[in-house]
Design a binder for this molecule. Structure first.
Ligand SMILES: Cc1cc2nc3c(=O)[nH]c(=O)nc-3n(C[C@H](O)[C@H](O)[C@H](O)COP(=O)(O)O)c2cc1C
Length: 170
């Protein structure tokens, strides 16, 4: 099994907590996972890994979390051919219904355009919102978490999604 590189950013801790949970789960499943806060990691570090997990909450009405925002130009310039990645993000479907989880789409789309293989699409069932850049048909391009309104769902969503990407990474 290839080692996984997990890259995340977090302003108020929700995405960080989810990343930790996911890392522990993947390790318990026998994967080796290196975890990086994008705040203190050059984006080219992603190119050291074939398998990636990328986590970004949406902030400021349809924007990337600030640390992703700071490196977004460099990120868009990376060549992702030969890479497989799964995306996950925190958002708020009630407060920001028109921009729910936009950051997942804002990072996943350039990844696909630059040759990457995206895994870990996630059903929109169980969420209520009006619009999202993360949508591809009736699915999100990655796992959506909403600790502001559905915190009780987060752990189960993480486990189901982790099992899904575990099988797709293998
Ligand atoms: C000022 C502000 C703007 C936000 N904008 C959005 C948004 O556009 N879309 C969304 O889905 N969530 C939005 N959120 C919700 C955050 O994504 C959510 O609280 C998330 O869990 C924060 O993750 P973090 O704790 O890892 O920083 C916003 C929250 C705040 C406080």
């Amino acid at each position: 099994m290839e080692k996984i590189g997990m890259f995340w950013g977090s302003t108020t801790g929700n995405q960080e907590e989810a990343a930790k949970y996911l890392m522990d789960y993947m390790k318990s499943e026998g994967f080796e996972v290196d975890s990086f806060d994008i705040k203190s990691t050059p984006p080219e570090k992603m190119l050291d890994y074939t398998n990636l997990i990328i986590g970004c909450p949406t902030w400021n009405v349809g924007e990337l979390q600030e640390d992703w925002e700071a490196i977004f130009n460099d990120y868009q310039g990376l060549d992702f051919s030969g890479k497989t990645a799964a995306f996950f993000g925190c958002g708020d479907q009630v407060g920001y219904s028109d921009n729910f989880l936009d950051a997942i789409g804002m990072l996943a789309k350039p990844f696909i355009e630059k040759g990457g293989n995206l895994i870990g699409r996630w059903s929109t069932e169980g969420y209520e919102f009006d619009g999202s850049v993360a949508l591809d048909g009736d699915e999100f391009l990655g796992l959506g978490l909403d600790n502001d309104n559905q915190e009780e769902e987060t752990e189960e969503r993480l486990i189901i999604w982790a099992e899904l990407i575990r099988d797709e990474f293998k």
